[in-house]
Design a binder for this molecule. Structure first.
Ligand SMILES: *Cc1c(COP(=O)(O)O)cnc(C)c1O
Length: 384
């Protein structure tokens, strides 16, 4: 089976992890700060807080921005459930903004229309989570302008997008947002097995997120109410154990050195797919000129009016022929958990239409051109 995504682990990556295993610290040592520095330098952010998942990063990002009961968080329905769940963890409510049918990202036009309505109703969001779907940046300039006009905070969910650029700048520099969140799950661009990170330029947000990832405990004498002695620490907030281990960070430091190569390979694969799939009844992913996508995914939409098989049948046959295809994503508002809170089919028509046509085909740095040719031949066989 050729998977849709897979990690690439080198001898160097393995050695980096083994070194940590032989060292004194498996957690809370010096490698996590080193990884944070490496990501901060790469993306051009002042601060980086590493945690044990992208989901944890979203959670503490929301808390640091003050999200709580009575607040709204808006995001795209075409994302992993974690982009929305983070609001519910904070006791806030979730709403969605339909996607742009061309980029599959949250539509800035739809966002503006919804903001106008919400202003009248008094339900403006506190946070908008802009998900850079498949690694391609949202229209951040417009979303940022709207945030200034309507007074909301922005989290970029860049789980798909490390190594990508927007208007020539690395994604994660937070030029148009408060916090950018990354995931390092093995299917993502680089991996730490499980892992995530929140980047920001605001020291207050960085300090709060650091506190929250480790129980809300501080050893900083400047913020403690007293100091009983050298053993002393204080819990000054309710945090979590969201820490990344030294093993994970060592893998991360090593993977960061390979990041640019990974993205170059993904672009070669994208260009080959665009050519090889030409003439087939599929829509290949649009590449916006403002964006240099990290190309986490290569989702194709089936032109079902030109195919005699259903979406599900094509999906099944691709799997039967050895392609580990997947689907990104089932619209979050259609998940039973979200339908229980009132969302229903028809709420976000562009997202739902996209869902009925899309399939993610293999895209990862270890996919050779030969394997890619094989993938295309299977798609041809199944579609025609
Ligand atoms: C993977 C992913 C997450 C969650 O990341 P984890 O590290 O798996 O917790 C959040 N948002 C998006 C868009 C993702 O793809």
């Amino acid at each position: 089976m050729i998977p849709y995504g897979r990690q690439s682990i080198s001898e160097g990556d393995i050695q980096a992890v083994v070194e940590v295993l032989r060292s004194d610290y498996l957690t809370q040592g010096l490698v996590v700060p080193q990884f944070e520095q490496s990501v901060a330098d790469y993306v051009g952010a002042s601060y980086a807080v590493a945690v044990n998942s992208g989901t944890a990063a979203l959670h503490i990002a929301c808390l640091a921005l003050g999200l709580g009961k009575g607040d709204w968080l808006w995001t795209s329905p075409i994302t992993f459930v974690a982009s929305a769940n983070c609001a519910l963890y904070c006791g806030a409510q979730v709403d969605f903004v339909d996607i742009d049918p061309q980029t599959y990202n949250l539509s800035a036009d739809a966002l503006e229309r919804k903001l106008i309505e919400a202003k009248v109703k008094g339900t403006l969001p506190k946070i908008v989570v802009a998900v850079h779907f498949a690694g391609q940046s949202c229209d951040m300039r417009r979303i940022y302008e709207l945030s200034q006009q309507y007074g909301f905070k922005i989290i970029e969910d860049a789980s798909h997008a490390i190594g990508g650029k927007y208007l020539g700048q690395p994604i994660g520099g937070c030029q148009y947002s408060d916090i950018t969140v990354f995931s390092f799950h093995p299917v993502k661009i680089i991996t730490t097995a499980e892992g995530g990170l929140a980047a920001t330029n605001q020291v207050v947000l960085a300090d709060t997120m650091q506190l929250l990832r480790s129980h809300g405990i501080t050893r900083n004498p400047d913020v403690m109410t007293k100091n009983d002695g050298a053993w002393y620490y204080e819990q000054i907030d309710l945090g979590f154990n969201y820490r990344m281990t030294e093993l994970q960070a060592a893998l991360g430091v090593s993977q960061m050195q390979r990041l640019d190569d990974f993205v170059v390979i993904r672009h070669q694969l994208q260009q080959r797919y665009d050519q090889l799939l030409r003439g087939l009844p599929v829509i290949t992913p649009y590449q916006d000129k403002d964006s240099y996508s990290a190309l986490h995914l290569y989702p194709i939409q089936l032109e079902l009016d030109k195919i005699t098989k259903s979406h599900a049948r094509v999906f099944d046959e691709l799997r039967q022929n050895g392609l580990g295809v997947n689907l990104h994503y089932i619209p979050v508002h259609l998940q039973p958990y979200y339908q229980d809170s009132g969302f229903k089919p028809g709420d976000f028509p562009n997202a739902e239409a996209y869902y009925r046509h899309v399939i993610s085909i293999p895209m990862f740095q270890g996919l050779s051109f030969d394997m890619q040719d094989q993938v295309v031949n299977i798609i041809k066989k199944v579609l025609v």
